[in-house]
Design a protein around this ligand. Structure first.
Ligand code: ATP
Length: 573
């Protein structure tokens, strides 16, 4: 199996998601709103199955009193559901208020905004860059490029004018006079690396501004990168002033930290234990893109696992491996899935070890992977900051950040968030391991992985193309479809009876319209693992046909055994 799925399949998948009701653009009838998505009837089932699989596998079925394989000791898991809007001090102490930003650049010509680190990637995908490189016969990966003046002028006056009207060289030539002519002569008189060439084409030859690559959208002049905080602001109450300003949470994790003591005091959990939460998070992403991959509203599935500092390294390894395996077990091919340890430079300000679980999404350039989940060793950073105030790293340690008067810049709660072990009589601030997953990215990865096109025999045995979503049965939105072969001879009545019985246990679908082959293919397209057909033989011996989506194998079972058969095949509890 190849690591990369063809990129072209992405367009087909996006179309399928809309056509069959997995995903819709938010507020579509008003032209949509960038970075927001709505899940349709099938999408909502898929995402619910992902959430339920996660909650079942990580929380309810893991209240283990015996030591799980690979873990240093037994542990317990509990859940919470915290509010989306929290006290603004939470975000000041967590570091989000000061540090949760991306570097942003805007285009002086078309006014579009870009995340600075994404500009090179966006240029690779840019329509005008593709057109330019084709016209001049070079690639962005070449070492040196020598530009032919005639070819460049032809491109500037043709496609360039349409696709890259903001390009400085073009604007200079259009306004007549020497600057444009001199600039053109400079560009065509020497060889360049492709990226230098792009920067030179976009540079203002008069002002001698620092050379930056031009705008991926129109070729215009990009501003210096500047900080942009990703938190959505809102106001609590009637008065819209600084005092009442707060934020939509950019992660669910902080809701867990601030409830650490409440959970300890209200349950009988002992360290090591984990608190899990699933909920919406909001980030005002500068460039939402790649379908739902980078959205402005999304759902996270996070665990904060509290443990003794002496065993935290082992627990980090445990969660890192366990979370990777979870995706493999649910059908993400391990060739397209990888676990990548962060290099020391990449680590967040709090982290003493982070690994990302990444998937080779088909919309990414070949060889690139996108993050599905981050597993971070956060030490005691979060509990300490909510106790003492915002922390900063100084000489390799974390200390409370002070303002110009020598007082804590942002005061913590002052509450005691330590843990007292009444057996060992030891008091300490627990270390935290955080597996932080995105439900929407997981849904997108499962969709990409499941999508396939193959050939199946039609009713006459002739090969016909079909689109199929090969979801793991636990994730499939519809578990089985029930069909009467024809709409007569009492078949619909029997099929409806079977459907009614199955519906009490699984999400099933009933369909009696159209040729049976077409009904099978409609179910294949949405990933239904089994189709149950009532046919002539059912009237004689009370058996029905079950068809398997992937192997296309068909077998018969007694109609009253359908629930047991499905339960076994779906691996349902
Ligand atoms: P990225 O580097 O892609 O912006 P991140 O490292 O900021 O992600 P985390 O803060 O670790 O992400 O969030 C945990 C998980 O939440 C991510 O692994 C991802 O699955 C999900 N997530 C984060 N940002 C988004 C987003 N804008 N849209 C959809 N899912 C997201």
């Amino acid at each position: 199996m190849s690591v990369e799925k063809p990129r072209m399949q992405m367009d087909q998948l996006v179309a399928l998601c809309k056509r069959r009701g997995f995903l819709f653009q938010s507020s579509e009838i008003y032209g949509g709103i960038n970075g927001f998505w709505d899940y349709g009837p099938l999408g909502v089932e898929l995402k619910r199955n992902i959430r339920e699989a996660w909650w079942h596998d990580m929380v309810t079925s893991h209240n283990e009193l015996v030591c799980p394989p690979g873990a240093p000791s037994p542990y317990e898991m509990v859940g919470i559901d915290a509010a989306i809007i929290m006290h603004p001090q939470v975000w000041k102490c967590s570091g989000h208020y000061d540090q949760f930003h991306d570097m942003m650049q805007s285009c002086r010509q078309c006014k579009k905004l870009f995340r600075a680190d994404q500009v090179p990637e966006l240029l690779r995908e840019s329509e005008w860059v593709e057109s330019l490189t084709q016209a001049l016969g070079f690639s962005l990966d070449d070492r040196q490029v020598l530009v032919n003046e005639e070819a460049l002028l032809r491109w500037l006056r043709g496609k360039g004018k349409k696709l890259a009207p903001g390009l400085s060289l073009l604007r200079e030539l259009d306004s007549g006079g020497n600057p444009g002519v001199d600039h053109l002569a400079k560009i065509t008189s020497q060889s360049w690396s492709p990226w230098e060439l792009l920067a030179e084409l976009g540079a203002d030859s008069q002002q001698g501004v620092a050379k930056r690559v031009p705008c991926p959208e129109c070729g215009g002049d990009l501003t210096e990168p500047r900080e942009f905080n990703l938190m959505f602001e809102t106001y609590v109450g009637a008065v819209r002033d600084e005092q009442n300003k707060t934020f939509l949470r950019p992660e669910t994790a902080q809701g867990i930290f601030v409830n650490f003591k409440n959970v300890l005091d209200s349950t009988r959990v002992r360290i090591p234990f984990g608190i899990a939460q699933i909920g919406k998070s909001f980030r005002n992403e500068i460039t939402p893109r790649y379908f739902t991959f980078r959205s402005r509203e999304f759902e996270q599935m996070e665990i904060e696992f509290f443990c003794h500092p002496k065993t935290s390294a082992e627990w980090y390894r445990y969660w890192r491996d366990r979370r990777y395996q979870w995706y493999v077990q649910l059908g993400l091919a391990s060739e397209r899935l990888r676990l990548r340890d962060h290099s020391p430079e990449e680590l967040s300000h709090y982290s003493c070890g982070t690994a990302d679980i990444e998937y080779a999404f088909p919309f990414l350039p070949p060889g690139q992977f996108g993050e599905l989940e981050g597993v971070a060793h956060r030490g005691d950073f979060d509990l300490r900051s909510h106790m003492e105030g915002k922390l900063v790293r100084k000489d390799g340690c974390f200390v409370v950040e002070l303002n110009e008067n020598g007082e804590p810049k942002y005061r913590g709660s002052g509450k005691d968030l330590t843990y007292y072990d009444d057996i060992t009589q030891e008091r300490y601030i627990p270390h935290v391991i955080e597996p932080s997953a995105g439900a929407d990215r997981a849904a997108l990865a499962f969709l990409c992985e499941a999508f396939a096109e193959d050939e199946v025999p039609d009713e006459k045995g002739q090969p016909t193309k079909r689109t199929v979503l090969r979801f793991h049965p636990r994730l499939a939105p519809i578990k089985a479809a029930v069909f009467p072969l024809v709409k007569k001879d009492g078949m619909p009545e029997i099929a409806r009876e079977i459907y009614g019985e199955l519906k009490r246990h699984f999400n099933v679908f009933y369909d009696e319209k159209g040729a049976i082959g077409r009904r099978y293919r409609r179910q294949d397209e949405v990933g239904t693992p089994f189709c149950i057909t009532v046919d002539g033989q059912t009237l004689q011996d009370g058996t029905v046909t079950i068809r398997d989506r992937d192997s296309l194998r068909q077998w018969r079972v007694k109609k009253e055994d359908c629930v047991a058969e499905l339960r076994e095949r779906l691996g349902a509890p």
